[in-house]
Design a binder for this molecule. Structure first.
Ligand code: PMP
Length: 305
């Protein structure tokens, strides 16, 4: 990733990609106290547009607030930085990575007198999973790792260190021949994937875990709005793993994963064993929206040019 052409926004300036470096005594590198976002820009008839930029920037600031990190830039500056990295790297569609980290001013856990640094990078990242997974669905397994407890790490912060748990769970799932993990909370209820929220469909009703240990996903919110618009009842509640086994449909949502059907969970076929009709409708609405084919929520698309 480091050896390529391009520009990265770094503390207010565009820096050549290869020179966007930091010291080995960077505080966040040692303890994981940092916050980030995963954002996408899509090619639309109005040129590249960033999907739900405002909500992603709001969540970044909320994450920093939760961790008590001082933000040296305003939301407007970071929104502009995100538009600029897509524009100046001449990207038509992109994955964007804003990230705030503590510098190398000190190493103590007190973390006093540390400076928050901010980067925004953008690159092409067409599909998180194999492209056919959008139709065929993926195989998942229940993780042996428990999702964060709400009073151990702060689950509503998209914090760097929280992703150790995600990476362990994903690696375990991949090693078992699955494509993603499903993490349960500390009480054994379904929480989320390593980087996605989960939905199930049973008897025409759509269920998703309540916002306790899972991240307040922006795609989750988009899908809830679409489903409601289509007339579905959407219920946020505690879900057990065996409710997923017997669901008619299940799917993951996330900025990177988009809307991804789940065809098998712990060796059990879900519904028909491929993308279900409700998932397909919501997935189509999602792609129509992000690529500017739908006129429903123009405020969700921020032009880059
Ligand atoms: N849960 C976790 C743990 C995630 O990392 C993500 C990706 N940001 C999500 C859920 C989905 O969130 P969003 O739809 O905002 O990308």
């Amino acid at each position: 990733m480091a050896d390529r052409d391009g520009l990265i926004w770094f503390d207010g300036e565009m820096v050549p990609w290869r020179e966007a470096k930091t010291h080995v005594l960077t505080h966040t590198l040692h303890y994981g106290m940092g916050v980030f976002e995963g954002v996408r820009a899509y090619s639309t008839p109005n040129g590249p547009c960033i999907f739900r930029l405002k909500e992603h920037t709001d969540r970044l600031f909320n994450s920093a607030h939760i961790l008590n990190m001082q933000m040296p830039f305003s939301k407007e500056q970071l929104n502009e930085a995100q538009r600029a990295v897509v524009r100046e790297n001449k990207l038509d569609s992109a994955y964007l990575r804003p990230m705030c980290f503590y510098g190398s001013e000190g190493m103590g856990l007190r973390a006093d007198s540390l400076k928050t640094h901010v980067i925004v990078a953008a690159w092409e990242w067409p599909s998180y999973m194999a492209p056919e997974a959008k139709e065929l669905g993926i195989k998942i397994r229940t993780s042996s790792y428990t999702r964060h407890h709400v009073n151990i790490t702060m689950c509503k912060a998209k914090a760097n260190g929280n992703y150790i748990n995600s990476m362990l769970a994903l690696k375990e799932a991949l090693d078992c021949g699955c494509e993603e993990a499903l993490l349960l909370d500390n009480e054994g209820y379904v929480a989320e994937g390593s980087g996605e929220n989960i939905f199930i469909v049973t008897d025409g009703v759509i269920y998703t875990p309540e916002l306790t240990s899972c991240l307040k996903g922006i795609t989750r919110d988009t899908i809830i709005q679409f489903a409601t618009q289509l007339g579905y009842q959407v219920v946020e509640k505690r879900i057990t793993r065996d409710e997923v086994y017997v669901a008619d449909e299940a799917f993951f949502t996330g900025t990177a994963a988009e809307v991804l059907p789940i065809r098998e969970h712990d060796g059990r076929k879900i519904g028909s064993g491929r993308r279900g009709s409700v998932t397909e409708k919501l997935q189509q609405m999602y792609f129509d929206q992000v690529t500017g084919q739908s006129k429903d929520y123009p405020e969700w698309l921020t032009p880059v040019l």
